[in-house]
Design a protein around this ligand. Structure first.
Ligand code: DX5
Ligand code: ZN
Length: 219
């Protein structure tokens, strides 16, 4: 039996003026994770929010928080995001001097650890730490903004990584982020991803959130 795809709506595309309500509607939407994009205006050109906001909104959610840190240097902030209620903490290798140490810090705080690869970053960057992590986040756009076009050239990285993870019998999940809609989601699924992040597509008509999530899961 094939595993069911997990769906991680990115709240970057939701209405920030009512984040509490957005999280409450996600609770009954069938979403598996809430994808939370943290941007610092330095590692990426855009700025979103930090630990105090995450801490406030976390209590509205019964779904795990999948926190994608696009900040540098990331290491010194990991504990703050763990304390704020992150369940998965994903970092970019370029944002830390010591990837293994940052992963171990995340794990020592009782959280799942993810590593994210930008479109131009090869999978070789993550292979040395594959045994220590829970998730690889493949970026299918250059990080920083929602609503960008999917970059199909990253799918070969998904295929290669899927093969390695399966050969090594690891439980590491592959998540993909950026430009995911019902067509690109299907391509990503066929390449071997476990989790689809999607913002614009799911939140475009927010009152149909549940139907949109169902449609994406069954793409
Ligand atoms: C981009 C973020 C994504 C973004 C995805 O830097 O990491 O999570 O919200 O949004 P869409 O689905 O609109 O590409
Ligand atoms: Zn993201």
């Amino acid at each position: 039996m094939t595993k069911s795809l997990k769906i991680a709506p990115s709240i970057l595309s939701s209405d920030f003026s009512k984040l509490g309500e957005v999280l409450q509607s996600l609770n009954t939407s069938g979403a598996d994770l809430v994808h939370v994009d943290v941007m610092d205006g330095h590692f990426v050109p855009n700025i979103t929010f930090g630990p105090p906001v995450i801490k406030k909104i976390r209590k509205y959610s019964s779904i795990p928080f999948d926190v994608h840190l696009m900040i540098a240097p990331v290491h010194r902030y990991i504990k703050d995001f763990a304390d704020a209620g992150a369940d998965i903490i994903t970092i970019h290798p370029e944002a830390t001097n010591d990837l293994e140490a940052s992963i171990q810090l995340i794990k020592s705080l009782g959280k799942k650890a993810g590593v994210s690869l930008n479109p131009e970053t090869p999978i070789e960057k993550v292979l040395p730490v594959l045994n220590s992590i829970d998730l690889v986040l493949i970026m299918s756009v250059n990080p920083g903004f929602g609503g960008q076009s999917f970059m199909p050239e990253v799918l070969s990285k998904v295929v290669d990584l899927r093969k390695i993870i399966d050969e090594k019998n690891l439980t590491v999940e592959i998540e993909i982020d950026g430009g995911i809609d019902y067509i690109t989601g299907k391509q990503a699924k066929e390449a071997g991803v476990d989790i689809l992040v999607s913002g614009t597509t799911l939140f475009k008509d927010e009152k149909n959130l549940k139907d949109n999530i169902d449609q994406l899961r069954n793409c």
